[in-house]
Write a protein that binds this ligand. Structure first.
Ligand SMILES: Nc1ncnc2c1ncn2[C@@H]1O[C@H](COP(=O)(O)OP(=O)(O)O)[C@@H](O)[C@H]1O
Ligand SMILES: [Mg+2]
Length: 309
């Protein structure tokens, strides 16, 4: 497992990472979310043992990252936010090169190269030049490179950035697969929906501080005391919103279109039924009335609004 304890890093007067702590178990896929400049890359580089923390510690499978940096490095696959590909190198040569760097015995390299190529879906590109691959394939090749030494922790810094939706979907599937293989994966993004559906744990970082973290299920459950009602009308959604404004169970409402309204609702089921009756009695023509399932995106909006305001 990975235990991160009070990591701190400043650059001059700027506190880039402020007392970050969390724990991961094998199989956890941790979505590390925060806007640009929030401190994701700095945290990841410290975990990759490439940057010395000012304070705090981390241990991987019981080994301290600073005292046992060399052993720990062999258990980590790090995919930086920018990486170089070299001209005139074929896909298999690229992977073979990194396997050599990680001191994988020569006799094992060909089968390892084949295995990781299959895992990332690039088997047919084995003899292609790395630079001839699409951006999505290059990103998967870069991920394959992090897997040649069978690490237990993967650090993926914004792997989906710049990818088209299809390539992004393929990458997501691959990352979920790595979790199923029992690896720990930290995957960062400044765009939450990129991570929302395949991470089981999540951490939201703002100005260096981890403002919330934990299992996605737990965070969602905590937030479910307020539910979101999605109400559709034939027309006059805006007026209906004004009508509901000030209702004791309505925290806020948002007009999301000429015929749709979202309501942050705190009441019980009876109150919810009463609200619908009130709307109808008032002459609003309701075509649908439903509770919106809370997802990670809502969680993100709720926990970050405070900090942004
Ligand atoms: N080597 C550095 N020197 C000075 N400031 C840095 C350095 N690296 C990062 N920073 C600053 O630290 C903060 C966090 O940066 P970073 O970890 O890259 O954020 P993120 O990856 O979330 O976008 C930013 O304000 C950034 O400008
Ligand atoms: Mg970054």
């Amino acid at each position: 497992m990975l235990e991160v304890n009070g990591l701190c890093k400043s650059f001059g007067p700027l506190v880039a990472v402020d007392n970050v702590s969390f724990t991961l178990q094998p199989g956890d896929v941790f979505g590390f979310i925060g806007s640009n400049g929030a401190g994701k890359t700095t945290t990841i580089r410290m975990l990759a043992t490439l940057l010395e923390p000012d304070a705090g510690s981390a241990s991987l499978n019981g080994l301290d990252m600073r005292r046992n940096a060399m052993e720990v490095r062999n258990m980590i696959g790090y995919m930086p936010d920018f990486f170089g590909l070299y001209e005139d190198i074929k896909v298999w040569e690229y992977l073979d090169f990194f396997a050599t760097v990680y001191r994988v015995p020569k006799s094992e390299r060909p089968s390892i190269v084949d295995n990781v190529l299959e895992l990332v879906g690039l088997t047919t590109k084995k003899d292609a030049y790395a630079l001839s691959l699409s951006k999505g394939m290059q990103q998967r090749l870069s991920l394959a490179r992090c897997l040649v030494h069978d690490p237990s922790l993967l650090l993926l810094d914004e792997p989906a950035s710049g990818l088209d939706p299809r390539a992004r979907a393929e990458l997501k599937e691959l990352i979920a697969e790595l979790g199923k293989m029992g690896k720990m994966v930290i995957v960062s993004s400044h765009i939450l929906p990129e991570l929302a559906d395949f991470c089981n744990t999540v951490g939201i970082i703002e100005r260096g501080r981890l403002i919330t973290h934990g299992r996605v299920d737990d965070i969602v459950r905590d937030l479910q005391q307020t539910k979101v009602l999605l109400i559709r009308f034939i027309d006059r959604a805006h007026e209906a919103g004004m009508f509901l404004h000030g209702n004791e169970h309505v925290n806020a409402n948002y007009v999301t279109g000429p015929t749709t309204l979202k309501v942050d609702f705190t009441g019980e089921h009876e109150d919810q039924a009463r609200l619908l009756k009130m709307l109808i009695d008032e002459g609003y023509q309701v075509t649908s009335y439903m509770e919106e399932a809370i997802d990670l995106e809502d969680v993100f909006l709720k926990v970050t609004t405070g900090a942004v305001n």
